[in-house]
Design a protein around this ligand. Structure first.
Ligand code: GDP
Length: 138
């Protein structure tokens, strides 16, 4: 099934010049970039995006980290794009990420884990609409 998912290359990835390698990996694995925008997230935008984590002890750190520099926001499209992207990213904590995943290859800590990807169809739809437009939801 062709679907769409939402992806972010977080500030640590942009800072370390990983955009090309990460987007190249998505393309090699059959995911197509159908929308993209580079921007620096504002505090309220980041807090709203991560609202589900509001009560978690790391929320402040999470918002600090994702607003610390520009990010690349993307809508990716492909066969089973949501799960495929999660597989390419690897586990949230890079220490637990499988060999060859983006987080295993490039990430330094759970707080600076280089990429975000939607975890389910509902979140993909909400996240695409939050940053892009309802009309881009797959
Ligand atoms: P994801 O879907 O794999 O990105 O993971 P989650 O939705 O569970 O968490 C969202 C983001 O919060 C993660 O990508 C991490 O950057 C951050 N995060 C999660 N757990 C921790 C933690 O224990 N400490 C810190 N500093 N950040 C965390």
């Amino acid at each position: 099934m062709t679907e769409r998912t939402f992806s972010i290359i977080k500030p640590d990835g942009v800072r370390r010049n990983l955009i090309g390698r990460i987007v190249g990996r998505f393309e090699e694995e059959g995911l197509k970039v159908v929308a993209a925008q580079m921007k620096r997230l504002g505090r309220y935008e980041a807090e709203g995006f991560y609202a589900i984590h509001k009560e978690r002890p790391f929320f402040g750190e999470l918002v600090e980290s994702v607003t610390s520099g520009p990010v690349l926001l993307m809508v990716l499209e492909g066969e089973n794009a949501i799960l495929k992207n999660r597989e390419i990213m690897g586990a949230t904590n890079p220490a637990d990420a499988a060999e060859g995943t983006i987080r295993k290859l490039y990430s330094q800590s759970i707080g600076e884990n280089t990429v975000h990807g939607s975890d389910a169809p509902e979140t993909a739809a909400t996240e695409i609409a939050w940053f892009f437009a309802q009309s881009l939801v797959g």
